[in-house]
Ligand binder design. Structure first.
Ligand code: M6R
Length: 605
């Protein structure tokens, strides 16, 4: 949530900051601002998108080779100019940008107000600036450490400090921050894509690091004020991944990248028909494994629900799936025989990270399925499987989810094999079939024209339902989330059998219902459910496997998808759901990549 950039070097800072903010705009887009340090610190900020800020920067043209910038997703205070970052302290000692939430900001604000500090915004961020100002002793690093000691909550902060016009300072806790090392220049960013055009050499800032950046180097201090080693790693990510490459939207590009995302994720895990995970479980762990907990948010939670169907069926291990914001506060029962799996594209989602820490503290073995390299969830898990989907920019996730599904298939088969429930030959057949999925995803992408046509029929509807059974049910939740997230059409996902326990009363003439029926064993029941809603006037769009008989008689529109074995169907079925949401949103004229009120990485709870 929110994006931070910073620059120090020989070049003019403002164009670099703007370019970096554009690359991070998916993290928040309520307002944006920069501060450039030259003869003096010039702060420019504007409500709305980066283009508004760019226009103002072109008018003012702040001169200076040191600066910080921010694109905001509002938490404290409405999205307007006064609440936009950067914020300066009353005495002009510090100007800073911040991601995260300071939980005790009211208490600190009241204290500072008593000392005469006057606040200009409603933000928790301004409290950090004023606190730093009140504690300033002439040494910026010492003052950062003292400031951090008073803060409760999460933060990644970049700051310009009076008297240090040739330096930028940063500190962080529970929010990502990366420093890019160039030739005679350094960059700061809350996410890697912002600095990729300049350098791939990065220092991943750790919690309670306090960093001083100069154009010729960085010094990292620990919470004790002692200098620490700063290991610079080369990041394996291409600039290309953060470009639209001819597509109208990132979401469209990312939908079409799914065959590759799936392939690049699963193929390193499969060797000669067997499975090798990139980490080892403790000796004897799988034999004694009593329960699996899968914890995640949003679409990643839907992946967890899908994995439950597959793991329980294949490996006969009970799986409990939780929304992270509930799991962390529900006093979960965990022990050393439990495996806790955390699924996250960003690897920074606040509730998922807190759930991981809670599970570790309770003695469970933790593993994560994460897309962003070096992210906090990846680093803190006992084992991690990376989804090699590449940078995902659109707020609505597509290719990361596809890659997460791939990992779940592999993990389910691995566990079944380890438990002796799946022989070598069956495992070989299964892994061979997994490797054919990318071709089937490609074929499913050919349904784009059909879904675009269907999108014309649904774009003006007020409300929709997605119904399905078995392994199709989590996809109903995903299809519904995708549609409402970007097209703003209200929709709900339901287990088809649950509809008559209340929800069917909402079906009336013209209500659109997407009915997913890819499980042969449950198709007959799905057809009955379709007839029930149709009898009440619903406009039914069915998604079924190629060759399914009798569906055109009961549905208004049919989308056929390629066949695969039951466990693998989610990767194929999800494609038309994504395309439906995408085309509907384009037809409605909304910004597909940046839906209102949302941000890509949810680093606050
Ligand atoms: O980065 P994460 O995978 O942890 O994010 C979880 C959710 O916020 C995310 O999947 C969200 O639901 C997507 N915007 C859905 O498209």
């Amino acid at each position: 949530m929110c994006g931070i950039v910073g620059y120090i070097g020989e070049k003019q800072a403002a164009p670099i900051l703007i370019e970096g903010l554009r690359r991070l705009e998916y993290r928040g887009y309520d307002s944006a601002g920069i501060a450039v340090s030259g003869q003096k610190v010039t702060v420019i900020k504007e409500k709305g998108r980066i283009d508004n800020l760019k226009a103002e920067i072109d008018r003012v043209y702040p001169v200076g080779t040191v600066g910080i910038g921010h694109t905001r997703w509002a938490t404290h205070g409405i999205p307007d100019r006064s609440n936009a970052h950067p914020h300066s302290s009353m005495n002009g000692i510090v100007t800073l940008v911040h991601n995260g939430i300071i939980e005790n900001y009211i208490e600190i604000k009241n204290e500072l107000a008593e000392k005469g500090y006057v606040f200009k915004s409603e933000t928790d961020t301004e409290v950090i600036a004023q606190l730093f100002d009140s504690l300033f002793n002439g040494n910026a690093v010492e003052t950062m450490i003292k400031t951090a000691a008073r803060l409760e909550g999460s933060y990644a902060v970049a700051m310009l400090v009076k008297g240090f016009s040739d330096k930028v300072f940063t500190m962080k806790k529970d929010n990502p921050m990366i420093i890019g090392a160039g030739d005679g220049e350094y960059f700061i960013a809350s996410d890697i894509p912002a600095i990729l055009p300049y350098t791939k050499d990065c220092y991943i800032v750790k919690d309670n690091d306090f960093v001083e950046l100069r154009k010729d180097g960085i010094t990292v201090y620990g919470i004790d004020g002692e200098e620490k080693a700063a290991d610079i790693n080369s990041i394996n990510m291409s600039v290309d991944a953060a470009q639209k490459n001819g597509y109208d939207y990132f979401m469209e590009k990312e939908i079409y990248e799914q065959p590759k995302a799936f392939h690049d994720t699963v193929s390193p895990l499969i060797k000669d028909g067997s499975i090798t995970l990139p980490f080892e479980f403790p000796k004897g762990f799988i034999k004694n494994l009593s329960r699996i907990h899968i914890v995640a948010c949003g679409s990643a939670y839907h992946v967890g629900m899908t994995a439950k169907y597959i793991i329980e069926d294949m490996a006969r291990i009970p799986v409990i799936v939780d929304i992270a914001s509930e799991f962390r506060y529900r006093n979960p029962i965990l022990n050393e025989n439990d495996l806790c799996i955390f699924v996250s594209q960003s690897g920074e989602t606040a509730d998922t990270l807190a759930s991981l820490r809670e599970s570790k503290a309770r003695g469970a073995f933790t593993m994560s399925i994460v897309n962003v390299l070096y992210s906090t969830i990846a680093r803190e898990s006992d084992g991690v499987i990376y989804t090699n989907a590449g940078a995902e920019i659109a707020v609505a996730t597509t290719k990361a989810l596809m890659a997460q599904l791939g990992v779940c298939y592999i993990l389910a088969a691995f566990l079944a094999h380890e438990k002796g429930l799946m022989g070598d030959d069956i495992l070989r057949n299964f892994t061979e079939e997994v490797l054919t999925v990318p071709e089937k995803i490609k074929k499913a992408l050919c349904s784009s024209d059909n879904t675009k046509e269907i999108a014309r029929h649904i774009k003006d509807r007020q409300s929709m339902f997605f119904i399905g059974r078995g392994i199709d049910y989590p996809l109903c939740l995903e299809g519904s989330l995708k549609l409402k997230e970007i097209s703003y059409i209200h929709s709900e996902g339901y287990g088809a059998g649950e509809l008559k326990h209340g929800t069917i009363s909402l079906i009336e003439n013209g209500t659109a219902v997407v009915a997913i029926g890819t499980d042969d064993a449950l198709l007959g029941k799905m057809i009955s459910n379709i007839k029930e809603v149709r009898a009440r006037g619903a406009y039914v769009i069915a998604i079924v496997k190629e060759g399914t008989k009798g569906i055109e008689e009961v549905a208004d529109k049919v989308i056929y998808v390629p066949c695969a074995s039951r466990y693998l169907m989610p990767s194929i079925t999800v494609v038309p759901l994504q395309l439906l949401a995408y085309h509907t949103t384009v037809l409605k004229g909304f910004d597909v990549d940046k839906p209102r009120n949302l941000a890509k990485s949810v680093t606050v709870e």
